[in-house]
Design a protein. Structure first.
Lengths: 114, 114
């Protein structure tokens, strides 16, 4: 079974702090994704990566950056956390060019910024 | 740009009954995939069912089936013999062939009552 894990289930941070959210997948997938999930808005893509050190902006990249130094690990960075970044963050992965494989999701990190 | 619309924010159904969740999408593409995902309370998002646009036959997975109307750009999910474990958020998603990226609807919260 594909396993996607996220470093924390719950996180509380203060405004202005630098926040790291880590995601690891164990199926050698090329693609990794970061979404945020908000009530009434569904899932919105923040960034995705299709290979090591490669990244592309999604629909809402402002205030976020990412890092992919190893194939299995994709980090989301909030350079200076703000209260409007309070949300549920979901990581996902899938293999390239195999839409029938769809995406496998991590359990999510619920971030509260005070 | 593609969009996915779920017009029912919340639905409820009694155990053993049948319920249908609606999803419409907008695209000019001819080849794509459609998905329904399930997110149980405090648990990981999982794939329920997928449909390839080039297939006319509606996908079925046990108690879950879809009504795919390509011309109408409609992709509804029917859950038969509803069970308490079906209580979850359900997301409809679209993937354009060759992109590996999902576009999500805003979700429908389904409550199954005993």
């Amino acid at each position: 079974d594909v396993k996607v894990t996220q470093s924390s289930r719950y996180l509380v941070k203060r405004t202005g702090e630098k926040v790291f959210l880590e995601c690891v997948q164990d199926m050698d997938h090329e693609n990794m994704f970061w979404y945020r999930q908000d009530p009434g808005l569904g899932l919105r893509l923040i960034y995705f990566s299709y290979d090591v050190k490669m990244k592309e902006k999604g629909d809402i990249p402002e205030g976020y950056s990412v890092s992919r130094e190893k194939k299995e690990r994709f980090s989301l960075i909030l350079e200076s956390a703000s209260t409007n970044q309070t949300s549920m963050y979901l990581c996902a992965s899938n293999p390239t060019g195999a839409p029938q494989e769809t995406q496998y999701f991590g359990p999510g990190t619920r971030l509260l910024v005070l | 740009a593609q969009t996915v619309t779920q017009s029912q924010p919340e639905m409820s159904v009694q155990e053993a009954e049948t319920v249908t969740l609606s999803c419409t999408y907008d695209t000019s593409e001819n080849n794509y995939y459609l998905f329904w995902y399930k997110q149980p309370p405090s648990r990981q998002m999982i794939l329920v069912i997928r449909q390839e646009a080039y297939k006319q036959q509606n996908a079925t997975e046990n108690r879950f089936s879809v009504n795919f109307q390509k011309a109408a750009k409609s992709f509804s999910l029917k859950i038969s013999d509803s069970q308490l474990g079906d209580t979850a958020m359900y997301f409809c998603a679209f993937m354009k062939l060759g992109t590996d990226k999902l576009i999500f609807g805003t979700g429908t919260r389904l409550q199954v009552f005993p």
